[in-house]
Structures are given as structure tokens and as C-alpha cells.
Write a protein that binds this ligand. Structure first.
Ligand code: URP
Ligand code: ZN
Length: 468
């Protein structure tokens, strides 16, 4: 493979920004410095561009199934790459009667190999708790390159719902082998009661989704999960934090010396609960769990990412069609498939509404969208950072472009974009995936199947301070 030098761009890492050159040899970054030259190397002029590590989106759903409605799959992973995300980590549910590792490997063989366009790994999702061998299996996940395990405390009645016993036993087993437990923290019982009460009162519209999932539904489950982690003496990663109280609980636990990590998502930082009130069932486009919140919560989340109390920003991407799949809940909001698309817009949204508005610096963006996600999920031996020896996953971001976000530019193969018509500052213009150009002039030019599995290592960042 050829040698390339990306010249005179503003290189951004999680700790600094500087004008410099990056020398790529094949798939790897081999040198970073000033005035680099090498006979025969292709020169890429990056003057005026921010040069960022490719994003690592560790909360992506390409196989999530909500009451029989399945999201778009890995054949839409070029949407990630076009938006500057070169690595995705997808949640694979344990199939009933099968082990987690077998479920992941079968899924990869049947639906990912030869299809993925971004590099990828998987989180295991434990679901089959009737067979307690699931807890014994956790110790086998690291050898299969799966250092993270998700449990859904929400979704009462769904086969993947995890009760407190399941969460506690998983935490106990995980800490013995360096696996990080991730929780979707919402009180499933309370949601179930509220959904039924609202329906009986005649509330069937999408706004009922927000009413049935008020912030305390999340705060209560977050605090409970933190307490379970304290009891198990295990670290914990709380997925998609949307409420101020949850973020406060995570910050408090850390101030007491516990290792509790928090993730938030692009939409919780930017989108408002009132979107759910849009008429003609348009509100369904914004149904995700936890539910969207108000400005008070968004400001608290921006503050938390700025101060390092929340550690990562992901998309929680779910490719559900509005016309087709979201209408499943036309007569009852509780049946609207949970989750919204957002994979392609993560970097542009964070740049426009975070960096450009002065809420975070470019270095903080890099940390939150690439470097720390890679460290938590054990991928930081090759991903999430612009450094010698790392994969040459590189984004050239033009900060001067101004545009409008639209589904017309989306590759997610869904019939809407929650950011339709929003102003966008800057643009992903060029992307390299392991040294190969896959986005040119903001157009995806890569190949199906180009994405490679990147196995994660156990004892990720959440285990800092723990003894092996
Ligand atoms: O609404 C969401 N977040 N859907 C995806 C599944 C989950 O709960 O993470
Ligand atoms: Zn999710």
C-alpha cells in the first residue's frame, strides 16, 4: 500500500492541537511532525482543515429488534464513515438457547462479514437469564474479543429485560475478568404502570412516550445500578444518560471513589422533548429511550461533558423507518419502536452545537467521540487517537463550510432525519479508513466489506485503579 503525507492540517488529539504533518504507511500512522517529506509519498494538502481521528461510536444498533421491527443493518454502515466515524460497536443480543459468544459469531458470519464498511466490534447483550450459565459465560467474553456486556434494565416483558438479580450477578462475574457492564438504566416496572395508565386515560400519541418516562424513571434506575455496582465492587458504564439527576448520581459516585462511567448521546445534548408533540404522528420520529428532555437537562449534560463527569458521546443509532416501522405504534405510543437515526450526523452535530457554540473545545470533542470510547471498549491499542502506531483512521474536517442537515444527504436508508433543516457548521470532507480514502469531497467512495473486526481488550478504562 502506498505512503501518504497529510500536510499542514490542524491535528487534534484529546490533549492538544497543532499544525503538522502525518505520514501514513499502508494502514498505519508511522510519523507525526513538521515538514515531513518522503520520496514517492502522495501529498495531501490539509491546510485550513482540522485533522481528527476517525470517530469511535460505541453505541450503535444494526440488529435491534423492537417487538418484531428490526433496524437497518450493517449495509448502512457507510453512513458512519461518511459522517467521520470509522469504528462502530454494535449490540448483539444473546439468542435464546445460545451462548453470547456463539450469538455474536453467528451474527458476524451471517450479517456483517463482507458487508461492513466501518471497522467494528460487538458488545454482548445478555438476555437468557433463565439459564444461569449466562453468568458463567461472562469469563469467556475477553477471549472472544468482547470486553463489554450490556443489560437492559428497561423494557419490561421483553426477552432482553434484566432484573436486579441479573444486573448484580453480571457485575460480580464481570469484575473477575475485566469485562465492563453497561446498563440501559430505566425503571421498567414504573414505565409499564405509567404506559398503561396513560393509555387508559386516552393518551395514545407519541408525547405519551415522554410522559411515561419522566427523568426520575432514569434517575432511580441509575442510582440503583450504581448501588449494585458498589455492592459488587465492580465498575459500571451507564449508557445514554439523558437526565441531570443521573449525571449528578454518576458524578457523586466518582467523587466517593467509585468507577462509574457515563455516556450521553448527540440527541440528548441537542433535541427537545417538545419534538414528541409534533402533529400528524411526526412526534414518533423522536421516540427513543430514555426520552428526550428539556433545556435544563441539556445544559446540565453539556456541563457534565465539559467537566468530565460524563465520558463519552455516542449516537445510539437505530435505523427505523417512520412511515413503515414507527407507525406500528399509531394507536398506542408504547408500541412505537424505540430509537432514532443519528450515526452520520454525530460529528457535525457536536461540532456545530458544541465546538462552534463554545461549549467544548475540538480536543474535548475528540476525547468524547473517539479517544475515551476506544479506551473504555479496549480498542485503544489501534483506534481513537492520532499517534504513531495507530490505525490511519483520519478525518479532514472543513470548519468553514455552512450547510443545512437533510435526509437527502443521509446514507442510513431511513425515511427521515431528526436533524432535518438544522444548521450545520463545518463538514466531513475526506476520510481515511486504515490509510485508504473512503470519503472524497464528502461522498462515500469505499467498498462494501471493507470494514474489519477489531477485537476489544478486557480491563478497559473503567478498570483504572482496579487490581487484575
Ligand atoms: O431508544 C433506544 N435507545 N433504542 C435502542 C435500544 C436501547 O434502548 O438502547
Ligand atoms: Zn441503544
Amino acid at each position: 500500500m502506498s505512503k501518504k503525507i497529510i500536510k499542514n492540517g490542524k491535528i487534534v488529539t484529546a490533549v492538544d492541537e497543532f499544525i503538522g504533518d502525518i505520514l501514513i504507511d499502508g494502514e498505519k500512522i508511522v510519523e507525526i511532525g513538521k515538514d515531513l517529506n518522503l520520496d514517492g509519498a502522495e501529498i495531501i494538502d490539509a491546510e485550513g482543515y482540522y485533522v481528527l481521528p476517525g470517530g469511535v461510536d460505541t453505541h450503535v444498533h444494526f440488529s435491534f429488534d423492537y417487538r418484531g421491527n428490526k433496524v437497518r443493518g450493517f449495509d448502512t454502515s457507510n453512513a458512519a464513515v461518511a459522517g467521520g466515524t470509522t469504528t462502530v460497536v454494535e449490540f448483539v443480543n444473546q439468542v435464546e438457547g445460545k451462548s453470547i459468544v456463539d450469538s455474536v459469531e453467528e451474527y458476524e458470519k451471517n450479517e456483517v462479514l463482507g458487508v461492513a464498511m466501518a471497522d467494528y466490534n460487538f458488545h454482548g447483550v445478555a438476555t437468557d437469564f433463565r439459564d444461569t450459565r449466562v453468568f458463567d459465560e461472562i469469563s469467556k467474553l475477553p477471549d472472544a474479543g468482547i470486553p463489554t456486556l450490556k443489560l437492559f434494565m428497561a423494557y419490561k416483558g421483553a426477552f432482553y429485560h434484566a432484573n436486579d438479580e441479573a444486573v448484580f450477578r453480571a457485575l460480580q462475574a464481570a469484575k473477575d475478568c475485566g469485562v465492563t457492564v453497561m446498563v440501559h438504566a430505566e425503571n421498567a416496572d414504573v414505565i409499564d404502570v405509567l404506559q398503561k395508565q396513560l393509555y387508559d386515560e386516552g393518551i395514545t400519541e407519541p408525547y405519551g412516550h415522554a410522559l411515561s418516562r419522566p427523568p426520575y424513571v432514569e434517575v432511580e434506575a441509575t442510582e440503583r445500578a450504581i448501588n449494585l455496582a458498589k455492592l459488587a465492587e465492580a465498575p459500571l458504564y451507564v449508557a445514554h444518560v439523558s437526565a441531570k439527576g443521573s449525571s449528578d448520581a454518576i458524578q457523586k459516585a466518582n467523587s466517593e471513589g467509585y468507577s462509574i462511567f457515563g455516556e450521553t448521546c448527540t440527541h440528548y445534548l441537542t433535541q427537545d422533548r417538545e419534538e414528541l408533540a409534533k402533529p400528524n404522528f411526526e412526534g414518533a420520529k423522536y421516540v427513543c429511550s430514555p426520552a428526550l428532555r428539556t433545556e435544563e437537562h441539556r445544559e446540565a449534560l453539556w456541563d457534565a461533558v465539559d467537566r468530565g463527569w460524563l465520558n463519552t458521546i455516542t449516537s445510539d443509532h437505530c435505523g427505523f423507518d417512520w412511515k413503515d416501522q414507527k407507525h406500528f405504534g399509531k394507536d398506542n405510543f408504547a408500541n412505537i419502536p424505540n430509537g432514532c437515526p443519528g450515526l452520520q450526523d454525530r460529528l457535525a452535530v457536536l461540532w456545530t452545537y458544541g465546538v462552534d457554540k463554545g461549549k467544548i473545545t475540538p480536543s474535548q470533542l475528540v476525547d468524547l467521540y473517539a479517544t475515551t470510547p476506544a479506551k473504555v471498549h479496549g480498542l485503544d491499542y489501534c483506534k481513537g487517537h492520532l499517534g504513531v502506531g495507530y490505525d490511519a483512521d483520519i478525518v479532514l474536517y472543513n470548519p468553514n463550510s455552512k450547510s443545512t442537515m437533510s435526509n437527502d444527504n443521509s446514507l442510513h436508508q431511513v425515511d427521515y432525519n431528526p436533524y432535518e433543516g438544522w444548521e450545520q457548521v463545518g463538514n466531513v470532507e475526506t476520510v481515511y479508513l486504515r490509510g485508504e480514502k473512503v470519503v472524497e469531497d464528502s461522498k462515500y467512495i469505499g467498498k462494501k466489506g471493507q470494514g474489519k473486526r477489531i477485537k476489544g481488550k478486557a480491563y478497559g478504562l473503567t478498570y483504572r485503579g482496579f487490581k487484575k
